[in-house]
Design a protein around this ligand. Structure first.
Ligand SMILES: *[C@@H]1O[C@H](CO)[C@@H](O)[C@H](O)[C@H]1NC(C)=O
Ligand SMILES: *[C@@H]1O[C@H](CO)[C@@H](O)[C@H](O)[C@H]1NC(C)=O
Ligand SMILES: *[C@@H]1O[C@H](CO)[C@@H](O)[C@H](O)[C@H]1NC(C)=O
Length: 354
């Protein structure tokens, strides 16, 4: 019923399409350009040629990368290769990325990993949560990381009607997480229409084995999500609205919005520096180039750092920016102990010593 009404509304919205075209160009920042900001000690990571869309780093310096995302309408340099999870030990002097083995029984051929998040339990068990799009469906896979064997043991697949278009995830317990839906619908055509007419129906969902609920909504396209080191606040990137939302977390897991930071770029994944609480964001200065790939005019990369987001004047610094000659379509920037990793939607990944 709700869906029928929605579809009816969609019909009416069709009338608005022309007008919405210009708005969409703004939301995509079709004219955005970057001035290059270089970092001195960076190199491209060997073995990552077709995207490292999300990165999460454990306190001990082990970094996980989700690689090889395939998505309708999104460019891929390796369309026939299934996705995987790579690991890199940032404590090593010359860290290298190696692919983790995944336990038997898990369908590797359709593995299409998107956002990832780690959780360390009281007994030091490390869980890796992976948003997966097998055959373009939406699931969250929970793995146990087995460090001695460089492998992942698959524990559980989560599917839920409140997770129709999962993008990113932040794990807060062994079976508990917050996730962003970048769209309200899961049907590709309705998704496209939803974005075009700018419904602002994207949301954030809390999931636990006992309770699943929408805890924040009204986003244009909810993307990256992360949590402050003191676990009191969640940060949600609204990509097409160019906004970072700060939400306070309550004991019953509900969220209330306390602040919105407006930026001038498409904000994608959000990482937190555990030592300072600074927010690092992989950004797309020009979304149109990202979605309509032209090798002669590639998408740029941009990394922003936000300090003191709760203060009246948060300090926003462009740490890295490149016109695509080195790195195309940066989607995540994660830091650990003076090292910076920058991942991209479908291109390469950069390792930098700050
Ligand atoms: C990370 O970046 C990818 C690529 O843009 C994006 O689609 C995804 O939502 C992001 N993941 C997280 C965890 O934010
Ligand atoms: C908060 O959560 C409770 C139960 O988990 C729910 O019933 C209630 O509607 C929520 N309140 C708000 C303001 O979202
Ligand atoms: C990017 O910048 C480099 C110099 O930093 C320049 O040589 C190159 O032509 C530029 N590429 C594009 C696509 O603008």
């Amino acid at each position: 019923m709700g869906r029928l009404v929605s579809v009816g509304l969609m019909g009416m919205a069709l009338a608005l399409l022309g007008e919405r075209f210009l708005a969409l160009r703004n939301r995509l920042k079709a004219t955005g350009e970057v001035e290059s900001v270089d970092l001195p000690n960076c190199h491209l990571i060997k073995g990552i040629e077709a995207g490292a869309e999300d990165i999460d780093i454990l306190p001990n310096g082990l970094a996980f990368f989700s690689v090889g995302l395939k998505y309708p309408g999104l460019h891929s340099f390796a369309p026939d290769k299934s996705g995987g999870i790579l690991m890199m030990d940032l404590k090593e002097e010359k860290p290298r990325a190696l692919e983790l083995r995944i336990s038997r029984g898990f369908d590797l051929a359709s593995f299409n990993p998107h956002g990832i998040s780690t959780f360390i339990d009281d007994d030091d068990t490390v869980y890796l949560f992976v948003v997966n799009h097998p055959e373009f469906k939406n699931t969250v896979e929970i793995f146990k990381f087995q460090e001695e064997e460089n492998s992942l043991l698959h524990l559980k697949t989560v599917k839920h009607e409140l997770l129709p278009s999962v993008n990113n995830i932040i794990a807060i317990g062994p079976r508990h997480f917050y996730a962003t839906n970048d769209h309200y619908f899961s049907d590709p055509f309705l998704k496209y229409l939803e974005t075009y007419v700018n419904l602002h129906w994207a949301n954030v969902v809390y999931y636990s084995p006992n309770e699943v609920k929408v805890v924040a909504d009204g986003f244009d396209s909810a993307n990256g999500i992360n949590i402050s080191p003191d676990k009191k606040y969640l940060y949600v990137a609204d990509m097409l609205a160019h906004e970072i939302h700060v939400l306070e977390k309550h004991p019953n897991m509900n969220l209330t919005q306390i602040k919105v930071l407006q930026l001038d770029t498409l904000v994608d994944n959000v990482s937190i520096d555990p030592s300072s609480g600074d927010i690092w964001i992989g950004c797309h200065p020009n979304g149109q180039k990202l979605f309509v790939y032209d090798p002669n005019n590639p998408p740029s990369s941009e990394v922003l750092r936000v300090q003191n987001i709760l203060s009246e004047k948060p300090l926003v610094t462009t740490v890295y920016a490149n016109n695509g000659s080195v790195l195309q379509g940066s989607s995540v920037a994660a830091v650990h102990d003076g090292k910076l990793l920058i991942g991209t939607l479908y291109h390469r990944a950069l390792y930098c010593e700050l």
